[in-house]
Design a protein around this ligand. Structure first.
Ligand code: APR
Ligand code: ZN
Length: 233
């Protein structure tokens, strides 16, 4: 695939707005009818151009969206800063590692009628790439292999399939600062919750939790991963 420039990527998802509304651009906080207030001038883009995102309809300076795109991991996707609608395929910065799973012949609290899927994530420490907060600096890896559990029923197996897509798209973990330990430059869970406790629920990350499967399906959808993502593969 030929690499698109940041401006080309952003323009793909935008419709031109000829008469900008008398509203503020929520990226730079300047009025859309005046030029972008974004600080770092880009020689190729006129700072007064305004566009409407084609699915959600939110309006921004083109310049501000390009600046936002350049601050991210430049994967060809864009997320509306107002409503989080995803354009293209969102990917993350999860470092290389492996995801394995198997069925274990035990039931989870709250799921007495089925066995259990155990997922095992292994990610070694390494050096941060350009997509990470501190490129060139090392990152640590704590608590790996991390074991997670799902009921081995229809909905649990659906969640597993979607988690496999999330893994491929590098969205399960991220490199950042752990809110539990305060450690920076380390591997942390991203926005998709996992159950890491098997027979009890002392941490809040265990079973029973009757809402868990629906919650994780909603979290996956917020990353752009749904039933349809399985057909696209
Ligand atoms: N199990 C599952 N999820 C957790 C856990 C846990 N033990 N602790 C925190 N989370 C969730 C949080 O609710 C939050 O949404 O992970 C998200 C990120 O929290 P951080 O503390 O920044 O993540 P991390 O440092 O990766 O997790 C801390 O999780 O699996 C364990 O061994 C790991 O002890 C470590 C803990
Ligand atoms: Zn703006």
């Amino acid at each position: 695939k030929k690499g698109k420039t940041p401006e080309e990527v952003v323009k793909k998802y935008l419709q031109k707005v000829r008469n900008p509304p008398d509203e503020d651009c929520t990226i730079c906080m300047e009025c859309l009818s005046t030029p972008s207030g974004y600080k770092y001038p880009h020689p190729m883009i006129r700072p007064d151009l305004v566009g409407r995102l084609c699915k959600c309809g939110h309006v921004f300076h083109l310049y501000c969206l390009v600046a936002m795109y350049n601050n991210g991991n430049k994967d060809g996707s864009l997320q509306c800063p107002t409503c989080k609608t995803i354009y293209g395929v969102k990917t993350g910065n999860q470092p290389p590692g492996k995801m394995e799973y198997h069925v274990i012949p035990h039931s989870l609290p709250g799921h007495p009628d089925c066995k259990t899927i155990r997922i095992i994530y292994s990610i070694p420490p390494g050096v941060q790439g350009p997509e990470h907060p501190n490129p060139g600096k090392s990152f640590t890896s704590r608590g790996f292999p991390r074991h997670c559990y799902l009921p081995d029923n229809e909905k649990g197996r659906q969640v597993l399939k979607l988690l496999l897509v999330a893994w491929e798209r590098r969205l399960i973990f991220a490199v950042g600062t752990s809110s539990t330990t305060g450690e920076s430059d380390t591997i942390i869970w991203n926005e998709v919750h996992h159950k890491t406790e098997f027979g009890s629920n002392l941490t809040g990350h265990g079973f029973p939790d009757p809402k868990y499967l629906d919650n994780v399906l909603a979290e996956l959808a917020a990353q752009g991963i749904t039933e349809e993502s399985l057909q696209e593969r």
